[in-house]
Design a protein around this ligand. Structure first.
Ligand code: HEC
Ligand code: HEC
Length: 468
């Protein structure tokens, strides 16, 4: 039934329905005077400017601007190993993946899957854990940690070490082609990854090890996303699918190392971190080996002798609270890209809505500061099917669940990265269509709807994604 409707959809009927909806909306606004939200806020811009994501929002006071610049410098300046003449930014490692935040978040856009030498880029991180055996010990650990650490290597594979400290391992991912055939005969080829590690430097992995790969996501709009209230996110939950649409988003609740309480998770591909501040401290610790008041220890495991014995910086904390807060401030107060809502946008949005993408990639929230935003995410976890599953739980997120990523800013990534950005948590999708075709689980119907659209409409939807 649904498919028949979709088959019959043509462009005219789509535009007509937009027109009539707008008319109703306009009448409502006239009748109620209901137009309080700020849709043209200073935070938002639709300029296709490749440095937009690093620019400050307008109207910062001198003091705020200084904090922004301090944060930006600590996000961008390379850290060095201790001891060094520059105590402000020594303390890199002993184990690390990159020496600055910016090397994995170029222009605050998405990370690249490959580097210039066509090797897997450091923007792709191998994360590790071991299976929960539900022992007393595991249960205790999981009260405050998303996972149980792999004993030899820890939570994450470091591809670099400071002088005298061996790196841990290198990523080894193989792709196998997978053919998808549309009902109109079009063929798409997907690349299915198999994850492994090579050149393991500290012995074999634990027999229960779970390995997953994560590509650095876009940092567009994080301040506005942090400004969505918990209530607004939670009201879209439908854990037991009471409305019967096959979609049952639920929030992740995660332990905050800052407040020592369980909080709504928002950041990372499984929403396992509650705040930008903790995300920053976590990244500093795991990605760069930089300690903070939140994570005070380096990431060496017991078996990593050279790592444990490496020279310590003079200061016991590498990144002071002042600087940690400045980076957080910087991340929050940057300009956000949000597409211009012109005619082509509205047409694309109508297709996006009709085939059900919008059930998860929600286009409309109003922040606590009354800014109307279109991030295209519900910030909830969804079962995306076996093929995307990585088998790794993080707090409430199961092995087959992922947080809906925001889509705004997709328009800028090719400009920023100077090549087509790879999509999905591990960067397996080479373009928008491939990203859609990997959707399974709760998103399966929506994917099938896409596959059953006329080619013209499919193209229009992809054009829309290129604009958002
Ligand atoms: C070696 C690469 C690398 C470095 C260095 C790095 N990141 Fe990330 N970043 C990632 C990856 C990969 C993820 C996704 C992690 C996940 O989902 O588990 C991420 C996620 C994030 C997110 C969450 C975005 C979202 O929407 O969920 C923020 C914020 C962030 N990083 C900030 C930082 C900051 C600040 C620094 C420096 C202190 C930094 N990153 C350093 C690779 C990196
Ligand atoms: C059930 C919820 C759900 C529905 C419905 C859904 N998506 Fe998604 N989408 C997700 C999740 C979750 C991911 C991340 C999956 C991953 O990385 O493994 C995602 C990823 C994406 C990405 C890649 C984003 C990135 O940053 O890499 C694009 C593009 C996308 N979806 C577009 C669409 C379109 C177009 C539709 C409609 C055909 C759609 N989605 C329907 C939940 C959904």
């Amino acid at each position: 039934m649904m498919l028949q409707i979709l088959k019959k959809l043509n462009f005219n009927s789509l535009t007509k329905s937009i027109f009539s909806k707008n008319l109703v909306a306009n009448l409502l606004i006239l009748a109620t005077g209901f137009l309080v939200v700020n849709s043209n806020a200073q935070e938002l811009s639709y300029k296709k400017d490749k440095s937009l994501f690093v620019k400050p929002i307008k109207n910062l006071s001198d003091k705020q601007y200084d904090t922004f610049i301090l944060g930006r410098s600590f996000f961008t300046i390379p850290w060095v190993e201790a001891p060094s003449a520059t105590t402000a930014r020594d303390g890199l490692g002993p184990l690390f993946n990159a020496n600055t935040c910016a090397s994995c978040h170029p222009g605050n856009g998405r990370g690249n899957l490959y580097n210039k030498d066509n090797q897997f880029s450091r923007n792709l991180i191998a994360k590790l854990s071991i299976k929960n055996r539900f022992t007393k010990e595991h249960k205790e650990i999981l009260k405050t940690s998303a996972l149980i650490m792999e004993p030899n290597y820890g939570m994450q594979i470091a591809i670099n070490g400071i002088h005298g400290v061996n790196y841990e391992a290198k990523p080894d991912i193989k792709f196998k082609e997978k053919k998808v055939i549309f009902s109109d005969g079009e063929i798409a080829i997907l690349l299915k990854p198999t994850y492994a590690l090579k050149d393991l430097q500290y012995g074999p992995l634990h027999k229960d090890a779970i390995l997953t790969f994560r590509l650095a996501p876009s940092l567009n709009g994080l301040g506005l996303i942090e400004d969505i209230s918990d209530e607004d996110i939670l009201k879209n939950q439908d854990e037991f699918d009471k409305n019967n649409d096959g979609i049952s988003g639920r929030a992740n609740f995660v332990y905050s190392a800052i407040t020592k309480k369980m909080e709504l998770g928002r950041y990372s591909w499984k929403a396992s971190i509650a705040t930008l501040k903790q995300q920053t401290a976590d990244a500093a610790n795991n990605d760069m080996g930089i300690t903070t008041s939140i994570f005070q220890n380096d990431t060496c495991t017991k078996n990593q002798k050279a790592c444990n014995e490496a020279p310590k910086p003079r200061d016991s904390i590498d990144l002071t609270d002042l600087r940690l807060d400045a980076i957080t401030y910087y991340l929050k107060n940057r300009k956000t890209y949000s597409a211009k809502k012109d005619k082509a946008y509205k047409e694309g949005l109508e297709i996006f809505r009709t085939i059900g993408c919008i059930s998860c990639h929600i286009d409309s929230f109003v922040t606590k500061k009354d800014v109307k935003i279109s991030p295209f995410t519900d910030m909830l976890l969804h079962d995306m099917g076996e093929e995307l599953a990585d088998g790794r739980s993080e707090f409430k997120a199961r092995g087959n669940e992922w947080r809906t990523p925001s889509l705004w800013g997709l328009a800028l990534h090719e400009k920023i990265n100077k090549r087509k950005p790879r999509l999905l948590h591990d960067g397996r999708a080479r373009d928008f269509q491939e990203a859609i075709l990997w959707h399974g689980g709760e998103a399966r119907t929506s994917k099938e709807n896409y596959m059953n659209l006329d080619k013209e409409l499919r193209k229009k939807l992809i054009k829309f994604l290129e604009k958002v």
